[in-house]
Design a binder for this molecule. Structure first.
Ligand code: TRP
Ligand code: ZN
Length: 856
């Protein structure tokens, strides 16, 4: 056996496999430390391929037997490495053969949570992207699609796999999935689970059994997810004409899971945080996230499963489109304006940050070492923005026509971005060559706006530049759909929304016959994922905030004023301008506006957002100063609007039974914003009362955060005493204590929490709670000038990497902004990145991430 050095995989090197798979039969004898997997695979020759060798992937497998057409293979008839098994073509039959293998695997030793592993006594799998190769030898690539039949032998009461139930007996079950699928969609679950069950009748009359499988005791937390599932199924029928295609749809909640959830055919597996919910234990944000993830995984049944990706470079084909679809669903369910603002906030916080640093990559990357490192905000969220732009460019009718063509033309295919764009070209007759640059060019385009007004003519000039990113020094202009309108100085609309297609580096536009200089309302609905460089005066922004017809631009105007205020506090030590506070108060007090929207207007930008704002303004960000400036601004807002906040807090109190819907959660968001602003002024009395009497987690957690921030000495212990039995609630406890600590105490608080008996590296949620509480929740603490935060994180990443490389690599992105900071901090961070990279036996996941961060 030889070890394979990590290799870079290139999109340009794609070749179809020599052999396709016609049928897969698997049999599992489950055992925690010695599971036997027997496979019987029918291979048929790919007539278009030149080679004949059979290449199979396999990792951490103990090979027991191998046979081709019933004849055992001897050791010199194949070549085996740590990661592969190759049978030379000349020892194989001409056109087809049956492969049989038996391997043994050890689920209990599998701490990477990829392949077959154990979580709290239950067997489960995670195969995307390349985990199936840890279960048996197989061509583990998404373009190899086959129907699967799976036999599970085990004494455990619940035995699940993909597809429909074929047979059920004592200590065994057989599942049959008729839809050809790639191996990454394979799933198996076995355990002592209970289901809450329901039914759904599809539009064409298929009766589908729905089950959500959970650990005993969690049955009471499934109702919301079940309802969200049924609403998702209906929505996909109504909006995209997509129906479900099996007799059963199973969801399983698993405590130890690397990401949110996984769309395995007919057997979605969920991180329990993405499915379990109750009013007492889950916040409004948790409910919204669960609804979005349930929808996302369900929608993958068509965008991902029925039509999958030819290779992993096409990941955005399924992820960008599916995120776009779940965003549409959430917008339809909870209100388009507020959802859009939330999506933009997340895009800017995660994707713009990624695009501005050493990890920047195109939505369709051209190479990777470890594909798990490319499940990124760029692939998912910028990928979704591309779909939104396409829809805006061609219009709704053409969009759904093109989607219909995509579903009919490519059903059963492993497709590419070219296939996706072609259905739009064929539907609309448009040439999308230039548009395609959104998939191939990394970096966030910056659109600079200048304007002038003379003799009734308004002229606006756009200049677009996309900055260099690693491996891409020069950029071409992109096709930017700029939705814009014009507003009169009195706030009325001078010109309604039009979509201007910016295609050149420089472009200008004229509007004639205007009585007064208009205020441009740009990038309405955030029509493209770009940075708008435009600095209208205070009055124009205040007018947009008060009057624009587009809710996104309205919110954005307020946000720009707030950012400007914070930056002035940082650079000129200026106090917040009372005119700004008045403008904010006017929006906050406007009862004709949705409370959720008003809460968003009152929310402050994150510390990370301000840090990037400093960089854009040519100032080196000082994390401690940013922390204090935002805190001071929060207090100024509280002082200025005490009367309004007092009124809102009292008036928005409600004893209606809890519902997680948009209307109620918007009111809670606004009321809890008032609470937060009043807490420094009322000696935390409201927060204390709310904490003690809250009947839902949204209100209790908001009060908890206020009390922690106010330095309440008892509240952490009280919360723990109340919730120590609930893992998901305790994740919040771990996270918030670090996030709300004084920056100088944040690292020591995090250290203390890692010594808590309930802290464990084996559970990604718990690990993320503490580490994310520091890196994302307490940036000033993470960036403590001593470097203690950097050392703490690096030490834990090295430890986690030995057990779970995927999650370690993900969390290492806390370092991706290291070049923003002063020389001392840069040195401290570089030292930690180098220390990680020098670690013996480092995973290729973390090695790739750290070296990209150091090089980029
Ligand atoms: N395909 C999944 C989704 O988007 C996410 C996913 C990819 C995943 N790799 C994973 C989930 C590994 C868990 C573990 O919904
Ligand atoms: Zn997905």
């Amino acid at each position: 056996m030889q070890a394979d050095a990590p290799q870079t995989v290139h999109l340009a090197d794609y070749t179809a496999p020599n052999w396709w798979v016609e049928k897969v039969e698997l049999a599992f004898d489950l055992h925690p430390t010695a599971t036997r997997v027997r496979s019987k695979i029918r291979f048929i020759r790919n007539p278009d391929a030149e080679g004949r060798d059979l290449h199979l992937d396999g990792e951490n497998l103990s090979l027991i037997t191998l046979a081709v057409d019933g004849k055992p293979l001897t050791g010199n008839e194949y070549r085996k490495t740590d990661t592969s098994l190759t049978v030379p073509g000349d020892t194989l039959p001409q056109d087809a053969f049956t492969w049989e293998a038996e391997v043994e695997i050890n689920p209990e030793a599998n701490t990477a949570l990829e392949g077959l592993y154990m979580s709290n006594g239950m067997f489960c799998t995670q195969c995307e992207a390349e985990g199936f190769r840890k279960i048996t030898y197989y061509p583990d690539r998404p373009d190899v699609m086959a129907p699967f039949e799976v036999r599970i032998n085990s004494d455990l009461p619940v035995l699940l796999s993909n597809g429909n139930h074929a047979e059920r007996g004592n200590g065994m079950a057989v599942w049959s999935d008729p839809w050809p699928k790639p191996a990454y969609l394979f799933a198996l679950v076995a355990g002592d689970l209970v289901a809450i069950s329901d039914r759904f009748t599809t539009r064409s009359g298929r009766d589908v059994a729905l089950n959500i499988w959970v650990r005993r005791g969690d049955e009471g937390k499934c109702a919301f997810a079940m309802d969200a599932l049924k609403r998702s199924m209906r929505w996909d029928e109504e909006v995209y004409g997509r129906e479900y295609d099996l007799d059963i749809f199973n969801i399983v909640a698993v405590d130890d899971f690397n990401m949110g959830a996984m769309e395995n055919k007919g057997l979605n597996i969920f991180n329990s945080s993405a499915v379990l919910a109750s009013p007492e234990t889950s916040t409004d944000d948790n409910f919204a996230r669960i609804e979005a993830i349930i929808a996302h995984e369900y929608f993958h049944n068509w965008t991902g499963n029925r039509i999958t990706c030819r290779d992993w470079f096409q990941l955005c084909l399924k992820e960008g489109l599916t995120v776009f679809r779940d965003q549409q669903f959430s917008g339809d369910t909870r209100g388009a304006a507020v959802e859009r603002i939330g999506n933009v906030l997340s895009l800017r916080a995660r994707q713009f940050r990624e695009d501005a640093g050493p990890l920047a990559h195109p939505v369709r990357p051209e190479s990777f070492v470890e594909i798990n490192n490319f499940y990124t905000a760029t692939v998912y969220e910028k990928g979704a923005e591309i779909i939104g732009m396409l829809k805006r460019l061609v219009g709704d009718d053409a969009y759904y026509k093109a989607c219909d063509l995509y579903f009919s033309r490519h059903d059963g295919d492993a497709a590419t971005i070219e296939d996706w764009l072609k259905v739009f070209e064929d539907t609309t007759g448009r040439d999308l060559t230039r548009f395609k640059r959104w998939y191939t060019q990394a970096g966030t385009p910056r659109v600079t706006v200048t304007d002038s007004f003379k003799d009734g003519t308004y002229r606006i000039d756009f200049e677009q530049v996309t900055p260099p990113t690693p491996g891409q020094p020069d950029k071409e202009p992109q096709l930017i759909p700029m939705a814009m309108g014009l507003i009169n100085p009195d706030g009325s609309e001078a010109r309604p929304t039009q979509v201007v297609e910016l295609t050149e580096a420089r472009q200008s536009l004229r509007f004639d016959g205007l009585d007064a200089r208009p205020i441009p309302s740009l990038l309405r609905g955030f029509s493209a994922p770009v940075i708008l460089d435009h600095s209208p005066g205070f009055n124009d922004r205040a007018t947009l905030l008060a009057h624009d017809t587009d809710p996104f631009v309205r919110w954005e105007a307020g946000r720009a004023l707030t950012r400007q205020t914070v930056l002035a506090m940082l650079t000129d030590r200026a106090a917040p301008d009372p005119a700004y506070l008045d403008a904010l108060q006017m929006a906050a007090a406007n009862d004709t506006l949705d409370p959720a929207f008003r809460a968003l207007v009152l929310s402050l930008p994150s510390q990370d957002d301000i840090a990037q704002g400093c960089v854009d303004a040519g100032v080196v960000p000082d994390p401690t100063a940013i922390h204090h400036a935002l805190k001071a601004l929060g207090r100024s807002i509280g002082d200025h609007m005490e009367g309004l906040f007092t009124t809102l807090y009292d008036r928005l109190a409600s004893d209606a039974p809890y519902r997680p819907d948009a209307a109620q959660s918007g009111k809670r968001a606004l009321r809890n914003m008032a609470l937060r602003r009043l807490t420094p002024r009322d000696g935390a009395t409201r927060a204390r009362a709310q904490f003690d009497t809250a009947t839902n987690m949204t209100d209790q957690l908001a009060a908890f955060a206020c009390l922690l921030e106010a330095g309440d000495p008892q509240v952490a212990a009280q919360f723990e005493a109340q919730w120590h039995g609930d893992r998901l609630v305790m994740d919040k406890w771990f996270m918030l204590q670090v996030a709300q600590a004084e920056p100088k105490d944040a690292v020591s608080r995090a250290k203390i929490l890692t010594e808590h008996p309930d802290f464990t590296m084996k559970n990604p949620n718990r690990f993320r709670a503490v580490m994310g509480g520091l890196t994302g929740g307490n940036p000033a603490g993470f960036h403590d000038p001593s470097g203690a935060g950097y050392r703490f994180l690096a030490t834990w990443l090295i430890r986690l990497d030995a057990a779970n490389p995927q999650t370690a690599a993900r969390l290492s992105t806390a370092f991706e902004t290291w070049k923003r900071y002063d020389a001392d901090r840069q040195t401290l961070m570089r030292t930690e990145l180098e220390r990680i990279l020098d670690t013996d036996g480092l995973s290729r996941d973390l090695a790739e991430m750290t070296s990209r961060m150091l090089e980029g």
